[in-house]
Ligand binder design. Structure first.
Ligand SMILES: *[C@@H]1O[C@H](CO)[C@@H](O)[C@H](O)[C@H]1NC(C)=O
Ligand SMILES: *[C@@H]1O[C@H](CO)[C@@H](O)[C@H](O)[C@H]1NC(C)=O
Ligand SMILES: *[C@@H]1O[C@H](CO)[C@@H](O)[C@H](O)[C@H]1NC(C)=O
Ligand SMILES: *[C@@H]1O[C@H](CO)[C@@H](O)[C@H](O)[C@H]1NC(C)=O
Ligand SMILES: *[C@@H]1O[C@H](CO)[C@@H](O)[C@H](O)[C@H]1NC(C)=O
Length: 207
């Protein structure tokens, strides 16, 4: 199935944006998105579903301002009504917050939590942004199912790595605690020796 892809160069490395051509393609994106991908739509108006592909470790709720503007402009431009209107709102959330169930129509989606949906106000179309993105528009045939499998592997690899690092840190901390304990008992011995010594010298002075 062909998908539309855009390349956003306001961030380094450039970000990939996917857009379904129709509701059936949206369905694939809803199904095979990555947990941390970001889904964009014009609020209360029909528009394309726009997906920002994220890399492991990136989070949806602190997108760079310039990237967010690109996505908002692109989403607005891909809404028949929204494209013609000023002062519209674009909503976005993480793929992980999308809710899909049997009773919903093809291409339809809801949210697990509306609290985890953010809004971005778009005053007007910025032609330079829309044209720049439009020039990167390509038709792609990505195997989203395979990409998802690979991404899951990468996520669990990173998770394991993180857990390993935590275990190592814990080990080092407990090793250090042992050394510190030894040090402090040494300090105590040292201190009492000092005390004795100073006592003696006081005594000497007294004499
Ligand atoms: C958009 O909002 C601004 C103020 O925020 C207002 O001046 C302008 O008329 C609005 N445009 C439209 C088309 O409603
Ligand atoms: C969209 O609809 C919701 C609920 O009807 C409303 O709270 C919100 O203000 C609307 N947003 C815009 C931009 O009109
Ligand atoms: C599907 O989700 C919608 C929207 O949240 C909800 O109203 C509906 O009850 C759900 N249906 C099922 C079968 O879970
Ligand atoms: C994008 O570019 C194509 C030509 O490549 C043009 O036909 C189309 O109108 C442009 N779309 C937007 C939203 O600017
Ligand atoms: C233990 O004491 C020695 C000598 O005072 C010091 O150099 C070392 O940094 C201490 N180690 C720790 C883990 O506190």
């Amino acid at each position: 199935m062909p998908f539309i892809a855009f390349c956003c160069i306001v961030v380094d490395p450039p970000a990939t944006i996917y857009m379904g051509k129709d509701k059936f393609e949206n369905e694939d994106l809803i199904k095979y998105g990555f947990e941390e991908d970001v889904w964009f739509h014009v609020d209360n108006l029909s528009s394309a579903h726009v997906y920002l592909r994220m890399n492991p470790g990136q989070t949806w709720d602190n997108l760079p301002e310039a990237l967010l503007e690109d996505l908002a402009q692109l989403t607005k431009a891909n809404s028949i009504t929204g494209n013609k209107q000023d002062n519209i709102t674009v909503i976005y959330t993480s793929w992980g917050n999308l809710l899909k169930n049997q009773s919903m129509a093809t291409g339809q989606v809801s949210f697990k939590s509306s609290k985890r949906v953010k809004k971005v106000f778009v005053k007007e179309r910025i032609n330079s942004v829309v044209n720049r993105l439009n020039k990167t528009k390509v038709e792609k045939f990505p195997d989203f199912a395979k990409m998802k499998v690979d991404n899951n592997k990468e996520r669990s690899r990173l998770k394991n790595k993180e857990m390993q690092a935590k275990r190592l840190q814990k080990k080092q901390l407990s090793r250090q605690a042992v050394v510190e304990k030894e040090n402090s008992s040494y300090d105590r011995v040292f201190e009492s020796a000092q005390m004795k010594k100073s006592h003696n010298s006081d005594f000497d002075d007294f004499i």
